[in-house]
Design a protein around this ligand. Structure first.
Ligand code: UD1
Ligand code: CA
Length: 460
């Protein structure tokens, strides 16, 4: 295989087409914003483009797609005002990708699995062969509506024929057009300007630039890729299959990295989930965005984790929820039915059962009893709770923030703590204990008598 030209000497721009409505998704959300691994699919494509060495990317959107512009920022977007075809879609990108680039990559925003390696191979073939255009081909099981790649006997690309315009012989070609292209940046827009719309669809076909380049005496080539990489998403069912493919990859990568997934099919990752070595993940665990687990972490069954960093040896779950801005230091433990949000649990801190810890800092080796609630919100503002190292919070305690519990302090069970507690102090707020001898028995006797009086009336 040829090596890619070095990034400093070879300038690459990428144009990602995303103006399509994606009618088959039946969605108010633009198709390219539907998520895979908790990230809009177009951002998967943009990441591949960046990894392949593109210095600039530009996304083509339709006029009502501000939401796409927001999602891809700081990547620039340009607007295609009317959907006149894929060649027309490239035109508004001229201002961004029109000069100074040796190779311009053109991709579709609904093909999220295209790899950086494939794009690099296209750029390398384009540059080393001095080709006008390099198309990305694949051999799908059913070529159906895909454009067909017409090659010369020596294997040079001569034309791309759309299925609707193909002759019977051309329809039998198995090598299809994925849509992605690498084009000589110095001639791209000149080629685009020559594309007409006299064809079966009345559209300006990007694919026509191959024949135009050949007519001008340029050569064109093909890179072939695995069909799995080129999966296009047009419906919710295809979105679900894409999610499955993505999850399988993440599960395999986690296991290859030395994590045990007890039941891999039931663990769901996000695009950015980081999993250390000798991590154990029990069944039915969901990772939202922004999670990093260090080595030796254990995530027990039925836990939901997002925006959290978990340090070496920490144990989470079963049935735990870690919400964004949570950080667990070494050996910290979060047990069943505990929710933690925007909180730091220092080394060895334990919140073992039924608690809410939000906007808080829990000291080293502190122990938070069952049913403890940090009352962090007064309906208007959030406030912080600080629990010092080695402090012990008894069960069913309400910590009314802002509040600080000093190092080594003990809070008695059932307390409502609304004022700071000093280091090593014992604090408790408890109603006085009252017990009236025999009162329960007397109460029962009285109630039984009342019930007996009512009973005959009911029967009648
Ligand atoms: C295109 C290719 C075909 C290829 C197939 C692979 C052309 C003429 N044909 O066909 O050879 O096999 O993709 O999936 O290019 N778009 C715009 N503006 C437009 C039209 C399209 O932004 O005016 C975008 C769409 O959002 C989509 C992409 O371009 O992301 C492809 O458009 P689509 O109409 O789906 O092309 P196909 O007919 O599938
Ligand atoms: Ca399509």
């Amino acid at each position: 295989m040829t090596t890619a030209p070095s990034a400093d000497s070879h300038r690459i721009a990428a144009i990602v087409l995303g103006a399509g409505k994606g009618n088959r998704m039946r969605s108010r959300l633009p198709k390219v914003l539907h998520r895979i691994g908790n990230r809009p699919m177009i951002l998967h494509t943009l990441e591949a483009v960046r990894a392949a060495g593109a210095q600039t990317s530009v996304v083509v959107v339709a006029p009502d797609m501000d939401s796409v512009a927001d999602a891809v920022a700081p990547t620039v977007t340009v607007v295609q005002h009317e959907q006149l075809g894929t060649a027309d879609a490239v035109k508004p990108a001229r201002e961004v990708a029109g000069c100074g680039f040796e190779t311009v990559l053109i991709l579709y925003g609904d093909t999220p699995f295209i790899s950086a390696e494939t794009l690099e191979a296209m750029v390398a073939l384009r540059a080393n062969g001095e080709h006008g255009v390099v198309a990305l081909g694949f051999r799908p099981k059913r070529p159906g509506a895909y454009g067909r790649l017409v090659l010369s006997e020596s294997g040079e690309l001569k034309a791309i024929v759309e299925a609707k315009d193909a002759t019977a012989a051309q329809s039998n070609i198995g090598l299809c057009n994925s849509g992605a292209m690498a084009v000589d940046g110095t001639i791209l827009f000149e080629l685009i300007d020559q594309v007409g719309n006299e064809n079966a669809s009345g559209e300006y076909y990007l694919t026509d630039i191959v024949e135009i380049a050949c007519r001008q005496g340029r050569t064109c080539g093909v890179v072939e890729a695995d069909p799995d990489e080129l999966l296009g998403i047009n419906s919710r069912a295809e979105l679900a299959s894409a999610e499955q493919i993505f999850q399988q990859k993440k599960r395999s990568a986690a296991m290859e990295g030395g994590a045990t997934l007890v039941d891999p099919e039931t663990v769901w990752f996000s695009h950015d989930t980081v999993i250390g070595q000798d991590v154990i993940i029990e069944p039915q665990v969901i990772f939202g965005p922004g999670v990093a687990l260090a080595d030796n972490v254990e995530i027990k069954a039925f836990s939901h984790i997002e925006g959290a960093t978990v340090a070496n040896g920490a144990v989470v779950g079963p049935f735990a929820r870690l919400r964004p801005a949570t950080s667990l230091q070494e050996g910290a433990r979060v047990g069943n039915f505990v929710e933690v949000k925007a909180a730091l649990l220092k080394s060895g801190a334990k919140v073992a059962h039924l608690a809410y810890i939000g906007d808080a800092e829990i000291g080293t080796e502190a122990n938070i009893g069952a049913g403890t609630i940090t009352c962090n919100y007064d309906g208007f503002l959030k406030s912080r709770t600080i629990v010092g190292d080695g402090a012990f919070i008894g069960s069913n305690t309400a910590l009314v923030a802002p509040v600080t519990i000093g190092k080594g302090a003990i809070v008695g069970a059932g307390s409502t703590i609304a004022a700071d507690v000093a280091e090593d102090a014992l604090a408790l707020t408890r109603a006085e204990h009252t017990a009236i001898p025999r009162a329960a028995a007397k109460f029962r006797d009285r109630k039984k008598a009342e019930k007996a009086k009512q009973a005959p009336e009911k029967k009648g």
